[in-house]
Design a protein around this ligand. Structure first.
Ligand code: 7TS
Length: 409
């Protein structure tokens, strides 16, 4: 993998911030976009902007082909068995909310259980809290091991025949933990529950095969994998989606509309009410082409290498606490940390003055912060365009931050 060649595809990286060359280490929040994605949007708006699935005019047909072609690319990207199982929506948050509102309200009742974990993002907590409140179900949490991993034993002890839904992230946006989704899915199924996977931090970084995982639903966001904001995917098994009610009603999703009753289009369109996210889907298709040309296995290997390199260098800084699995082989390409008593926001501000972008805060994972016994942390997250030099700059920035706040050490 030629990272210099890849970096040339991301024009935004070639700039100075606060007088220093930009080092972008916040891809877990949102990734940068390659030229091919930017061009795909420009070509759509320059050349064939039109609404889809209507009329017969040429631009409309081209737009429909672009939109549905992108669905086919997503289908292959995650190895869904049919493009009917690929529903375009705004992102991971909307996808999980859709499962909770549609599948959840129809299948979860009083006395039932929903199982998540202490490491989930708020997007995979609150929809289930709301569902539990509405239905009288109980929301249960699989505890975490001391190193921030899940044990299958704990999963087996938490999931019971009363469990109707298990919803777990594939990769933690804070700990970097990679969860054994295939095994957890099997436990969910043995207990008669469906398995929902929050794939927001997985799909951009590793090969995902939903048929191999055998999960029932899989949610991810385009903007974390080179595509624009505002486009994401809900994958669901056809047999389940067919039985589910739409969540949004209106144009595009109907078959026949009467005065009192209406019927829905078939999959996947019954879940895509209103004018869809046409440019976003086309951009996502271009992002998938870009990632696949490099190879997801190569990308994953590169990020593992960067995470191991970063952890090794960072752990030699006195006062450094790194959260999550210590074994780099067990974690994805991000490192969450605290440096002595320096507040993560102060740390991020000093790094920003050096042109280095990291994230500081609770990372939309307040229950996990509570488990870690901190109010916030700093996080450096890597993607295919990051280099060892980026990490060297981070290390130099951290050393400088330490000097700057030397009174607290
Ligand atoms: N799930 C996980 C695991 C995430 O990391 C995120 C976003 C979401 C769900 C929500 O995705 P959205 O596209 O619907 O917003 N995570 C982060 C983050 O770690 N920093 O900023 C956003």
């Amino acid at each position: 993998m030629n990272v210099n060649e890849i970096r040339r595809q991301f024009p935004i990286l070639d700039q100075e911030v606060n007088g220093h060359p930009l080092v972008y280490l916040d891809s877990a929040a949102t990734s940068q976009k390659p030229l091919s994605v930017i061009q795909s949007l420009s070509e759509y708006y320059h050349g064939y902007n039109a609404n889809v699935h209507r009329g017969v005019h040429t631009l409309g047909t081209k737009a429909t082909d672009g939109y549905e072609g992108a669905r086919e690319k997503v289908k292959n990207f995650i190895n869904a068995s049919s493009s009917e199982e690929v529903i375009f929506m705004r992102g991971t948050t909307t996808a999980i909310n859709t499962v909770a509102s549609s599948y959840g309200s129809a299948n979860v009742g009083e006395g039932d259980e929903i199982v998540i974990t202490h490491m989930e993002h708020h997007s995979n907590i609150i929809p289930w809290q709301q569902l539990a409140k509405e239905t009288g179900a109980t929301l249960k949490y699989v505890p975490l091991q001391a190193d921030g991993t899940l044990s299958l034993e704990d999963v087996r002890n938490t999931v019971t025949p009363q469990t109707k839904i298990v919803s777990i992230m594939m990769v933690s946006n804070v700990l970097g933990t990679m969860n054994p989704i295939k095994e957890i899915t099997q436990i969910a199924h043995e207990n008669g529950a469906v398995m929902v996977v929050d794939g927001a931090q997985a799909a951009p970084h590793m090969k995902v095969d939903v048929q191999d995982l055998n999960c029932d639903f899989f949610a991810f966001s385009g903007h974390k994998m080179g595509a624009p904001t505002g486009i994401g995917v809900l994958y669901g098994k056809k047999a389940l989606l067919n039985k589910m009610e739409p969540v949004e009603f209106g144009g595009e999703m109907i078959d026949f509309v009467g005065l009192q009753e209406s019927t829905w289009k078939e999959l996947p369109w019954k879940f895509e009410g209103g004018t869809p996210i046409i440019a976003g889907a086309i951009g996502l298709g271009a992002a998938i082409d870009f990632l696949e040309a490099i190879g997801l296995d190569e990308i994953e290997k590169h990020e593992h290498h960067l995470a191991a390199y970063a952890m090794d260098k960072m752990s030699s800084i006195e006062g450094m606490t790194i959260y999550g699995p210590k074994d780099p082989g067990k974690r994805a390409g991000l490192v969450t940390f605290n440096l002595s008593d320096v507040h993560p926001h102060d740390l991020a501000t000093v790094l920003d003055s050096e042109g280095i972008a990291i994230r500081a805060g609770h990372h939309c994972a307040q229950p996990l912060m509570k488990w870690l016994n901190v109010s916030s942390t700093a996080r450096a997250s890597f993607y295919l365009y990051n280099t060892e030099e980026d990490i060297d700059r981070l290390i130099a920035g951290l050393v400088k931050t330490k000097e700057y706040f030397s009174d607290v050490f």
